[in-house]
Structures are given as structure tokens and as C-alpha cells.
Write a protein that binds this ligand. Structure first.
Ligand SMILES: Nc1ncnc2c1ncn2[C@@H]1O[C@H](COP(=O)(O)OP(=O)(O)OP(=O)(O)O)[C@@H](O)[C@H]1O
Ligand SMILES: [Mg+2]
Length: 602
């Protein structure tokens, strides 16, 4: 969570949490160098006035030669320490840039799929493009510089306090006023941000919706005046104005603080001079120091703001790094992916209860079993939980009650590698990588699957699988043939074509369990026949589970699991028996047949 300004004002703890162990050692050094640099800078500045006073009081260069020598040494030491501070601070920034991408990537690979929603995906992409860069910049230009400035201010103040307590107290009061105004500035900006943030989000959401739903909006004749977007823009305009006014007030307060500090210092010093407590030359020297003190205060405000800007991104990184990973058994030996499952190809649901959130349950008391080498069709109304069943088999989410066993072992007692090695998934709208057609099929070969015994599929196997799934036709159509890049997500191919590539992958992987979400859209008879052939081939070596829409698939199934709309199992059986016993199945069958090949999902 974003850290509170009081619990971690300089973000030191926050930076520690995003640095690597080596980076943390460097960070401690960078902070030490920053403090040392600040002390030297403060001493050099603070000692100017006593030195000049010494010149006046004792008369003659000899009496202050010691002071001058000390100041020269201080100046040289300050240069060297400043260099060390910059070097270590930049190395911390490089540590963040080098390691944080890797750490976030490693973490994402272990998070439950349920964690990845549109908001999270947006946050991760924002972090990887800008966020991490800004965190790295803030440690070098924000935190370390800020520590140096604060130490320089404190040291200068201390020296002047010892020399002339009244002037020291005036400097202290000025610094306190600036800190107070900075706090007010932050409060006002936060308030402005809170007023506007939900309206900003709503505008972004509506713009994305407006852009991505153009076909639907045009079909409904609403592409010109899309009210939800217009309303969101109007609300944003109103709250943006309030935010702007608050930010302006904050800016005025910040500027006011350093100006008023200088006035207070001038008045106090002049009063001391008028009372005969300060020599005119010392007064002028002090006024010079006061102006430099003002610059340091302004630097403090700017550096604090620069460091503070990354409070949000650091909070987001911490949230990702602290998210609980999908627990995996740690007693499983490293080479366990080689070991055979006790019941390869067996799928079992035992009294499974599941909901995506605690308020709603999607599946209730679901029990069924699919024996190795059989074909199971899953049917049920839209929203009854068919896709959810598949997700639970892949352990994208953990169930609330009961057990899901794949290959005879509870999915929670297997490592992801063991589980994924058993399963191939063919989704309705498969994702293809931005690579060639051939490389996308090869993705299914053992070399791409987890496991130390992975063997690369030979080209003959790849082409055989591609031929069977009907990918050769696609290769012939594309300009570069098998080597043609398919574009990001496979956008050069149609939905049906992407599914054929995905089926070729499944044939090649030859996993014990195949999960197939059948296309709801009508396929042409030739493709239909191909898919049926592929299913028949897959069935020879694997347990096949299909969310079925096609009548041929359903009739050919060894068993059909019929789900109720409340996520319970209505009945399990073969086609003929279910027609008699299951009202949902009989209705489903009837509507399919009357649609005569149309596949409206009901
Ligand atoms: N990621 C998710 N987060 C929250 N709820 C979800 C999520 N995915 C699905 N649901 C909800 O779970 C229920 C079951 O969804 P599921 O996709 O499993 O249904 P389905 O039977 O596959 O439907 P369809 O035939 O339309 O594909 C639905 O009410 C849906 O709104
Ligand atoms: Mg579905």
C-alpha cells in the first residue's frame, strides 16, 4: 500500500522494499554519503559568517588564516563526498532499473490467473513503461538529494545558532514555516486529486469503450453522440476545475513560504545590527547566507515533491510483490515433472464449490469423473459455469470447497509445471504470439512445455499436426507461407483459423488431458469435418473434455455433463438417456436442432 507521509516521509523504507539485497547495501551507503555531503555543505555555508566576523573582530588576515584553511579543506572534501553520493545514488537507480522488471516478471509468473483483471494489466503495463523508470529517477534525484539538502539546512542552522542564537532561531522558524506550507500544499493537492480521480478513471474507461465498441455503437447509430462519454467528460471538467483551483492555492502557499522566510531573516538581522549586536559586514555576509538558505529551502520543496510523486508507483510495486502467490507444494522433488501421475488422464471433480468472489457462488457441489481416453461434453445455459470448470482444472483459481483431481492428484498438491504438463487447452478465441505460423504451432511441442525431459518435436510431426488441423490451407493463403508472421495476438488470422492453429498445438503436445471450448460460431462443413477428425485423433491418446455446441460432438461423447444455471450438475449420461431424463438437455437439443446449424449459445 502507498506509504503514509508521516510513517515514511523520505520514502526510505519504501525504496528499501524495491531494491535488491545488494541494492539495499548501496542504498545505506548512498544515504550515508548524502548525510556527509549535507554536513559539509552546511558547514561551508554556515562558517562563512563566523569567518568574516573573525576578520572584523580580530583584524588582520593572520588571525583567520586557520578558518580560511579549514574552509578550503571543507570545500575539497565536499567535492569528493558529493561525487561519492552521486555515484552510489546512481548505482541504486541502476539496481532498481535492472532488477525490478525481473522481480515483477518472476512474481507475475507465480500469481493466480484470477489476479489479472483489466485494472491490474493496466497497472503492470504502466509500471513497466514509466513507473519503474520514475522510481529509479526518484531515488537518485529525489531521496538522496533531499537527505543532503535537509542535512545541509540543519547544519547551517546549527552553526548560525551557536554563533548568534537569535539568527539561528529565525532560520529555524523559516524552515518550520516552509515545512508547514509544504504539508498544506500536499493536503490541498491530495484533496484535488481525490475530487478528480474517479472522474478521470471514468473518462479513460469510457474512451476505451468508445474506441473498442465502435462496431456496436455504429450499428446502434450512437457513434457520434455517445452520452456516457459526454457525461463523463462533463463531470471531469467540473472536478478538474476544482482540482486546478486547489493546486493553484497550493502553489501560492509554497512560494509564499520561502519569500516570507527571507523577509523574516532580513528583519531579524537588521534589528540586531541596529541594536549594535552585529557588525555591518557580518550583516551583509549573513544576508548572503540567508539567500542561499532560501535556495536550499526551495530545493527541499522541489526534491520532496519529486520523491513524493513516486509514492503511488512504489505502492503499486509493493502491492504486486506482496500479493500472496498460489501456494504450491514444496515437498515435491525437483525432477517430479518426470514422474508419472498415479492415474494419467483421469479428471475428477468432487463436491466442488467455487465463486469468483465471496458474495456469489458460481459452482455448487459439482461432482463428476472423466476416465482416461474418454470424451466428455459439457453443456449448460450461458453463465452456468462451463468455462469456470476448465479454469479450475488448470488451477487458475483455487476452489472454496471439495477437490479437483487431475491425473489422480489434487491440483493443489501439484506444482504448476506438473499440472500444465498434463493439460492442453484450446480456447474459443486462442491467443497467438507475434511470431511465424510455424513457430506458433511448435509452441505446443514438448520443448516449449515445462519439464526437464522436454524434447523438441521434429518438423515432420509439426507438419503432420498442422495438416490434420487444417493449418496448411492457412499457410497457402498467407504471403510468407509457414514463415509468415501472424501479428500480435494472431490478428492476421480469423477466429476459426486461430482455433485451428491452437488445435495443431494440442495435437503436437499430446498431453493426457485436452480441454476444448468449441467454437460457437458456425464453421463451414469442411472445417467442421476437420475439427471432428482432430477430436477423434486427440481422443485416441487423451481424455478430451469439450464445452460442446456442435451436435455431432455431443452425440459422439462418452458422457455429457449437464449444468444447471445455478452451477449445480443437473444430470450426467449419454445422449439417448439424457433426452428422456433431463429437461435442460432435451430443451437444449431441441433448440439446437431447430436452429439447424445455427449456434446461438443459450
Ligand atoms: N473473471 C471473472 N470474475 C468474476 N465473475 C466471473 C468471471 N468469469 C466468469 N464470471 C461469472 O461466473 C459465471 C459463470 O461464468 P462462465 O464463463 O463459467 O459461464 P459459461 O457457462 O462458460 O457461459 P458461456 O456459455 O456464456 O460461455 C457467470 O455468472 C460469470 O459472470
Ligand atoms: Mg464459457
Amino acid at each position: 500500500m502507498p506509504r503514509n507521509i508521516f510513517s515514511d516521509p523520505l520514502l526510505t523504507k519504501a525504496f528499501s522494499s524495491v531494491l535488491s539485497p545488494d541494492g539495499n547495501k548501496l542504498h545505506a551507503k548512498a544515504i550515508s554519503w548524502s548525510i556527509a555531503a549535507g554536513i559539509l555543505e552546511g558547514l561551508s555555508l554556515g562558517l562563512i559568517v563566523p569567518t568574516i566576523s573573525g576578520l572584523i573582530d580580530f583584524g588582520g588576515l593572520d588571525s583567520i588564516s586557520w578558518w580560511l584553511g579549514a574552509m578550503a579543506v571543507l570545500a575539497l572534501a565536499a567535492i569528493w563526498v558529493f561525487f561519492q553520493q552521486q555515484r552510489t545514488a546512481y548505482m541504486c537507480a541502476i539496481d532498481i532499473l535492472n532488477n525490478l522488471h525481473q522481480r515483477i516478471g518472476d512474481k507475475l509468473a507465480r500469481l493466480p490467473i484470477g489476479w489479472f483483471g483489466p485494472r491490474r494489466t493496466g497497472t503492470v503495463s504502466q509500471l513497466s513503461t514509466e513507473g519503474i523508470m520514475s522510481i529509479g529517477g526518484a531515488i537518485a534525484h529525489g531521496e538522496c538529494e533531499l537527505i543532503r539538502t535537509i542535512t545541509a539546512l540543519a547544519t547551517t542552522n546549527l552553526v548560525i545558532l551557536v554563533w548568534r542564537p537569535q539568527l539561528g532561531l529565525a532560520l529555524f522558524a523559516g524552515a518550520l514555516l516552509v515545512a508547514l506550507c509544504l504539508y498544506l500544499d500536499r493536503m490541498l493537492r491530495d484533496r484535488g486529486h481525490q475530487l478528480n480521480v474517479s472522474d478521470r478513471d471514468e473518462v479513460s474507461r469510457r474512451i476505451v469503450e468508445f474506441a473498442s465498441c465502435q462496431p456496436a455503437l455504429r450499428a446502434a447509430g450512437r457513434s457520434q453522440d455517445y452520452e456516457p462519454l459526454a457525461d463523463a467528460l462533463a463531470a471531469d471538467k467540473k472536478s478538474s476545475l476544482a482540482k486546478f483551483l486547489l493546486s493553484t492555492a497550493a502553489l501560492i502557499i509554497s512560494n509564499f513560504a520561502s519569500q516570507i522566510t527571507v523577509v523574516v531573516l532580513f528583519v531579524t538581522a537588521t534589528a540586531l545590527w541596529a541594536g549594535g549586536h552585529l557588525h555591518p559586514v557580518a550583516l551583509i555576509a549573513f544576508l548572503g547566507v540567508a539567500l542561499r538558505f532560501k535556495v536550499l529551502l526551495e530545493q527541499f520543496v522541489a526534491q520532496f515533491t519529486a520523491a513524493d510523486l513516486v509514492r503511488g508507483p512504489i505502492g503499486e510495486v509493493e502491492e504486486i510483490l506482496e500479493t500472496t502467490e498460489l501456494p504450491e507444494p514444496d515437498s515435491v522433488p525437483k525432477d517430479s515433472t518426470k514422474q508419472a501421475m498415479p492415474a494419467p488422464g483421469m479428471v475428477e471433480f468432487h463436491e466442488v464449490g467455487f465463486g469468483y468472489d465471496s458474495d456469489t457462488s458460481v459452482l455448487n457441489g459439482v461432482s463428476f469423473q472423466a476416465s482416461p481416453g474418454t470424451l466428455t461434453a459439457i453443456v449448460g445455459p450461458s453463465g452456468s459455469g462451463k468455462t469456470t470448470l476448465f479454469r479450475l482444472m488448470c488451477r487458475f483459481w483455487d476452489i472454496n470447497s471439495g477437490a479437483v483431481r487431475m491425473g489422480g492428484v489434487d491440483v493443489r498438491e501439484q506444482t504448476s509445471a506438473q499440472l500444465m504438463r498434463q493439460i492442453t487447452m484450446v480456447f474459443q478465441d486462442p491467443y497467438l504470439y507475434d511470431d511465424t505460423l510455424l513457430a506458433n504451432i511448435k509452441m505446443g511441442s514438448a520443448s516449449m512445455s515445462p519439464g526437464p525431459d522436454a524434447v523438441s518435436a521434429g518438423d515432420a510431426d509439426v507438419f503432420a499436426a498442422a495438416e490434420m488441423a487444417g493449418v496448411r490451407d492457412i499457410a497457402q493463403r498467407l504471403p510468407g507461407g509457414w514463415d509468415c508472421p501472424v501479428g500480435s495476438g494472431g490478428r492476421k488470422l480469423s477466429g476459426g483459423e486461430r482455433q485451428r492453429v491452437s488445435i495443431a498445438r494440442a495435437l503436437l503436445k499430446n498431453a493426457p488431458i485436452v480441454l476444448l471450448d468449441e467454437a460457437t460460431s458456425a464453421l463451414d462443413p469442411e472445417n467442421e469435418a476437420r475439427i471432428q477428425d482432430c477430436i477423434a485423433t486427440l481422443r485416441r491418446s487423451s481424455t478430451v473434455m469439450i464445452i460442446a455446441h456442435n451436435l455431432n460432438t455431443i452425440v459422439a461423447a462418452d458422457q455429457i455433463v449437464v449444468l444447471n444455471s445455478d452451477g449445480t450438475v443437473e444430470s450426467i449420461g449419454k445422449h439417448d438417456a439424457l433426452l428422456e431424463s433431463s429437461p435442460i438437455y432435451a430443451g437444449f437439443w431441441q433448440s439446437r436442432r431447430s436452429a439447424a446449424g445455427w449456434s446461438l449459445s443459450r
